[in-house]
Unconditional design. Structure first.
Length: 256
């Protein structure tokens, strides 16, 4: 493996599968890559979380023996100015009907159910591009998502299990569409036994029902896979990500 010349890049990538242009931020450790390549962490909502994750990896990987965080490539997948609407499309699964909780007060979203093509974009367009230009260890890939991105992270596990070895779902929106992910998990359990992929899931104590949802999901999934569930005390939906980020990244590097 050769030393990376550029350790940070931003690209506009237009997907033929989703007909949308994403902002892709890429961080590559400024050092010699191991023979097998660097681990890689794909970060959903990259416009919000890429810099946070990148700095956590960059700073803590300087002393990997103590921090447990290895030098890794970080890839942020970001939306444009229409982020709020577009993420509801990309991160949600197709369904015959969508039922919104009462707290939405009747306000819905124009487009929903784009998860299949968004998943294909990651697998068929984005990953091959990253792997062509950077030294990636294809056996050490992780997907990170928060909130609705956490929902998609679990959906990806249930429908495209081998695509990542580590799944990091922070405050996942398991409530979405009448808890449809619960049924997906049930089907997943019936179809799989003792899988090698692992899951880190966390929620903040102040997130009320989302903590319960995540804990229950963890309890179900740990029957067939390694699951680490962490409840962050005194944290809410906005504060949870910076609070648990280092813990999540350490989990990414744990051996089974």
């Amino acid at each position: 493996m050769t030393k990376a010349v550029i350790d940070y890049a931003t690209k506009q990538v237009t997907s033929k599968l989703t007909d949308y242009t994403y902002t892709i931020n890429i961080y590559v450790p400024h050092e010699e890559a191991p023979e097998e390549g660097f681990p890689v962490l794909y970060v959903l909502d990259g416009s919000s979380y890429f810099n946070l994750v990148k700095e956590a990896v960059r700073l803590q990987s300087r002393n990997a023996p103590k921090t447990g965080i290895l030098p890794s490539i970080v890839v942020g997948i970001g939306h444009g100015d229409d982020m709020r609407e577009r993420r509801f499309y990309d991160f949600t699964a197709p369904a015959e009907t969508y039922i919104y909780p009462a707290r939405f007060k009747g306000k819905g979203h124009e487009k929903l159910g784009g998860a299949v093509n968004f998943s294909r974009f990651i697998e068929e367009e984005l990953k091959p591009t990253i792997e062509t230009h950077y030294p990636v260890n294809k056996e050490q890939q992780a997907l990170f998502g928060h909130s609705l991105g956490g929902y998609f992270t679990l959906w990806q596990l249930f429908h495209r299990q081998p695509s990542f070895q580590r799944y990091l779902a922070i405050s996942p929106s398991i409530w979405w569409n009448e808890h449809e992910l619960v049924q997906c998990a049930s089907v997943f359990l019936n179809e799989h036994q003792d899988i090698k992929e692992t899951l880190f899931m966390s929620a903040g104590e102040l997130e009320t029902f989302m903590v319960d949802d995540a804990r229950q999901m963890a309890t179900v999934l740990e029957k067939i896979m390694t699951v680490d569930f962490y409840e962050a005390l005194d944290e809410n939906h906005a504060s949870i990500v910076p609070t648990v980020m280092s813990r999540a990244i350490r989990f990414m590097h744990k051996s089974q």
